[in-house]
Design a protein around this ligand. Structure first.
Ligand code: TXA
Ligand code: MG
Length: 322
């Protein structure tokens, strides 16, 4: 079992010894290790059971650190970090020699972000190295937004979980790179294309779904073990599945037929921000109910609803488009 606590010194000591520690961020919990140590990096991949060709995000303590790990930084990148760091934005930039190849899966680009969580920022300030951290879930499973999620999935392999409470944003950072200095979004998140366009005054493009720049994305799914059906009606489900074995993930109003105890309403007041914050916790809870399937609603496809729908799509085993 992992120890859970708020002892930054203890977390720092373990990290200095090349061990992994689960850390809170505003998006999801990360599985952190010394980003400059090949040994710690190897440990992250082992604990997560993650393929080595899927690179890791490097978490730094402030905007000032960017030059140590990235070069040839476009003006647009500087503008974005001034506006959005600390926060749920990851930038892909040409890496310096300081960044070990093991962290970028051999790519010349490194993913950098300053997370917005006071405990993790304090930890980063205490350490002489940045922290590599993928989400702290076994490869392919639902991302964690509470210490208990990490404990349940990785408790036997992570000595310490730094307890920063429930993650405030709830879904992973927006990943932005640059192609010929033009911004490209590789993973959608709570920093929307519109927000980026407003700050930069230029058009932002969405990466092709088959893009190979972010190797993990094509494979990544954030899925519960219970088969999830997205966008279907109750009547579409196989007849063999009885009503008391169906879970329901709703946006703002319950389903009239499904037993109420098997339903989770993401946001009764119909807030997309609250739905994002609640999404993974809801999936963890539904997955623990021993049901035969989870029926999930699409969120309104506007603003940050697009990023939530992206995660729902990756979590689903069956998808019915609207
Ligand atoms: O919000 C987040 O970004 C969280 C918290 C912990 O910071 N982290 C996170 O990490 O979601 P992870 O490993 O679950 O997802 C990172 C994604 C992967 O799809 C990976 O392929 C991509 O970022 N990535 C990381 N480094 C990259 C690189 N050098 N080049 C291209 N893609 C990269
Ligand atoms: Mg992940």
């Amino acid at each position: 079992m992992s120890q859970i606590g708020t002892d930054i010194r203890r977390a720092a000591d373990l990290l200095r010894q090349d061990q992994v520690v689960a850390i809170p961020t505003e998006t999801v919990y990360g599985l952190a290790g010394n980003a400059l140590s090949e040994k710690a990096i190897a440990q992250i991949y082992t604990v997560k059971n993650r393929p080595r060709q899927n690179p890791l995000i490097v978490h730094i303590s402030s905007v000032d650190e960017i030059e140590k790990y990235a070069h040839s930084i476009p003006d647009a990148a500087r503008t974005l970090v001034q506006k959005f760091w600390p926060g749920p934005l990851t930038l892909l930039l040409p890496k310096t020699a300081l960044v070990p190849a093991g962290i970028t899966a051999g790519s010349s680009l490194v993913a950098l972000r300053v997370p917005a969580h006071p405990l993790t920022l304090a930890l980063l300030n205490e350490l002489p190295f940045p922290l590599a951290a993928p989400s702290a879930n076994p490869y392919g499973y639902i991302s964690p937004t509470l210490p208990a999620h990490v404990q349940q999935q990785l408790g036997d392999r992570v000595p310490y979980i730094l307890d920063g409470g429930s993650c405030q944003k709830g879904i992973e950072s927006t990943i932005v790179g640059f192609e010929d200095a033009r911004p490209v979004i590789y993973r959608s998140g709570l920093i929307t294309p519109e927000a980026i366009e407003e700050v930069l005054g230029t058009k932002v493009v969405q990466a092709e779904s088959k893009s190979t720049v972010t190797p993990g994305m094509s494979l990544a799914h954030y899925a519960p073990r219970t088969p999830m059906w997205l966008g279907y009606e109750l009547a579409d489900l196989p007849a063999a599945i009885s009503l008391d074995k169906i879970g329901y993930l709703a946006y703002s109003t319950p389903h009239p037929m499904v037993p109420r105890a098997q339903q989770i309403i993401l946001s009764p007041k119909a807030s997309l921000a609250q739905s994002a914050q609640q999404l993974y916790e809801a999936l963890h809870r539904l997955d623990a109910m021993q049901l035969d399937c989870i029926l999930a609603e699409w969120m309104p496809h506007q603003d940050i609803g697009q990023a939530i729908n992206d995660r729902l799509r990756r979590a689903a085993h069956h998808i019915k488009l609207k």
